[in-house]
Design a protein around this ligand. Structure first.
Ligand code: SF4
Ligand code: SF4
Length: 543
């Protein structure tokens, strides 16, 4: 972070069109602070990906096989045949420019190749040259160009400057989804072993141990046992999570970020408290130390890798003999479940259509995937008056809500988190309309861009989101940004610290658990962060 310019410097953004010699003839500049490091060969080896070698995107020589062009073009041909959407997206853009100013990376950085239309054009130009008659005959006049090494480097640079957030697609009159183009672009790059290590390492870890961080099952359990002690300290109640229990009705899976990184850890404690509360009401739930990751960095690599990682959750559900799966607060995990699971590994017919054992609500939207988002589950509990809540315990918070791109645009979860927050907090304020719900701005670090070495890119890409938070901070005194995505919980604290340091970040279930009144609890004086609850500040000072 110390290498990133001060916010006042970064906020000076030049959106004027450059005096180009033409975008096709301006090679990408692969810069420190913007680019991620290249994939380590040992991580490619674990999942048997090609072209395993030491390389750096900052080097001239990327150590590609001699026939790299043929491999890429054959890969593109195969995908054009397989994905009808890709073929359509390659053919129908009319360059109207409606998407041009909708990408947070263009807004926050001013690089014209971060305009969605341009990002797509990087691939489309090669498609035209290789697969259309006009492109073959007319070349650059028809917007076509040959695949050369500079083109490949440009793909790498800009497909790893897209968080696959789909905001641009919302504004395209033809529904062109640049995220889909990025996904294919990254897939082609992976045919050459050209991943970033921040994506390749979690993929390899998840493949080996079941979670992105490479945590062994016993260490996963140790961490949750530690939370049991922490929860007892705050509430006086000892919760008893169960692990790998065959015959449980429900399997719970959450991103490993919730188990190992603040402030996700408080959200994790929130789940544990909620499940304890619901035990007497009929919830029979188990955690798994093997399917210990809800996130799926395979999705940021290739469809095939996403499918391989997605399969483990369902294999574990089958092994344990549960009826259905409850999933934690995550973003891209839900995009994969909601949009891809059925064609990847589904339908999961060996499971049952999820029914809440407490309210009897049938989650028909999960009829095929058999997996329910915890935000829907908890909103349903509150609607049926099943939770005793004291929202005043969150009175020190003035909360706003960041819609994760994936839960919002990827599956339409807009109202449930707001409903839950309004029931557990007394002070809630929305950010401006064109920055929330479907139009939400990305955190700037999704789709595997949450590395440390690309911090300038992340701070630039997160500027539009941070700007909206700053607005509600200045207008209403908002001091807490709630979210329902593990990547958001990991990256928004850094973004806030940079642009709006007065605002903190929380998961929604942390606030739920703070408000939840447990049977047998001691007088609650602290929240899950061991900070004094409203009204107990002086007591804390005396201690
Ligand atoms: S809005 Fe759609 S059609 Fe218009 S330039 Fe962007 S991608 Fe092309
Ligand atoms: S998907 Fe998101 S990050 Fe990618 S080009 Fe569109 S708006 Fe930008």
């Amino acid at each position: 972070m110390s290498d990133v310019a001060k916010p006042e410097e970064l906020a000076k953004i030049d959106h004027k069109p450059p005096l180009w010699k033409g975008w096709m003839y301006t090679p990408a500049e692969i810069k420190e602070g913007i680019a991620c490091y290249g994939a380590n060969p040992k991580n490619l080896q674990v999942v048997d990906f090609p072209n395993q070698r030491e390389w750096s995107p900052f080097d001239e020589d990327w150590k590609l096989p001699e026939n790299w062009k043929e491999i890429i073009l054959e890969g593109l041909r195969e995908r054009i045949d397989r994905f009808r959407s890709l073929k359509i997206f390659m053919d129908i853009c009319v360059r109207c420019g409606a998407c041009a100013d909708k990408c947070h990376f263009f807004i926050g950085g001013g690089d014209p190749k971060n305009m969605p239309v341009m990002r797509a054009e990087l691939l489309r130009s090669v498609y035209r040259r290789e697969f259309t008659i006009a492109g073959k005959l007319l070349g650059p006049i028809a917007g076509a160009r040959k695949l050369e090494i500079d083109v490949l480097k440009e793909w790498w640079s800009y497909f790893f400057q897209c968080t696959e957030c789909r905001r641009c697609s919302l504004f395209c009159p033809y529904g062109i989804d640049t995220a889909e183009i990025t996904i294919i672009g990254r897939e082609l790059l992976n045919l050459m072993g050209l991943n970033t290590d921040w994506i390749a390492a979690p993929v390899a870890n998840c493949y080996r141990t079941g979670n992105h961080l490479g945590i062994q099952p016993h260490a996963y359990k140790d961490m949750l046992d530690f939370f049991v002690d922490e929860i007892e300290e705050v509430t006086g109640v000892r919760v008893e999570p169960s692990f790998n229990r065959k015959g449980a009705e429900v399997l719970f899976i959450t991103p490993s970020g919730d188990v190992f990184a603040d402030p996700g850890t408080y959200t994790c404690m929130g789940y544990m408290i909620l499940f304890h509360y619901l035990k007497d009401l009929g919830l029979d739930i188990t955690w798994s130390t093997y399917a210990s990751e809800g996130g799926n960095f395979g999705y940021f690599t290739s469809h095939e890798m996403a499918k391989r990682l997605n399969a483990k959750m369902y294999a574990e559900a089958k092994r344990l003999g549960v009826k259905w799966i409850l999933g934690g607060e995550c973003g891209h995990m839900w995009r994969v479940i909601n949009q891809y699971m059925d064609t990847f590994n589904g339908p999961a017919d060996f499971l049952e259509e999820p029914v809440s054992p407490i309210t009897g609500t049938r989650f028909e939207n999960a009829r095929s995937t058999k997996m329910v988002h915890i935000m829907e589950f908890t909103a349903d509990l509150i609607k049926h008056n099943k939770l005793k809540l004291d929202p005043s315990r969150n009175d020190n918070l003035k909360v706003t809500f960041h819609d994760s791109c994936n839960t919002a645009r990827g599956m339409g979860i807009f109202e449930e988190p707001r409903y839950v927050i309004k029931n557990v907090c007394n002070h809630f304020y929305e950010m401006p309309e064109n920055t929330i719900r479907e139009q939400t701005f990305c955190c700037g670090s999704g789709a595997g861009l949450n590395a440390g070495e690309n911090m300038e890119l992340r701070m630039r890409g997160g500027l539009p989101r941070a700007n909206a938070v700053k607005h509600v901070h200045e207008k209403y005194g908002v001091n807490m940004l709630a979210c329902i995505c593990a990547i958001d919980r990991a990256v928004l604290p850094t973004l806030m610290e940079y642009w709006v340091p007065e605002v903190n970040v929380t998961g929604v279930h942390e606030m739920v658990a703070n408000a939840l009144i447990l049977d047998g609890e001691k007088e609650r004086t602290m929240n899950l962060r061991s900070e004094p609850l409203p009204g107990y500040e002086e007591e804390e000072e005396d201690v």
